[in-house]
Design a protein around this ligand. Sequence first.
Ligand SMILES: [Zn+2]
Length: 96
Amino acid sequence: MGLFNKKNLTVDTTDILPSMTLHDLVCEKLNVFCWCNRCDHNNIIESAQIIERLGGNYPVPEIGRNLRCRKCNNMRDISTRPNWPSYGGQITRHTD
Ligand SMILES: [Zn+2]
């Protein structure tokens, strides 16, 4: 039972995205990227900061429920995901 068996780690991040927790982010030295779906305001939160509030087992996609947009005060429609370095500056804007 090798929890940290590197052979099982894939580079395809979409596979592990749904199960990422704050603890995983800290281990990977990643911060949390959050995005307000109402006004498109986005921000990066330090994992170490949010883990104090929510705990290490908290799933990353659920973090948005605890956030409030500084720009429009939206608290219900905020997306969160790991701030993968490869996404830096490459975020696709969707306008609908
Ligand atoms: Zn907003």
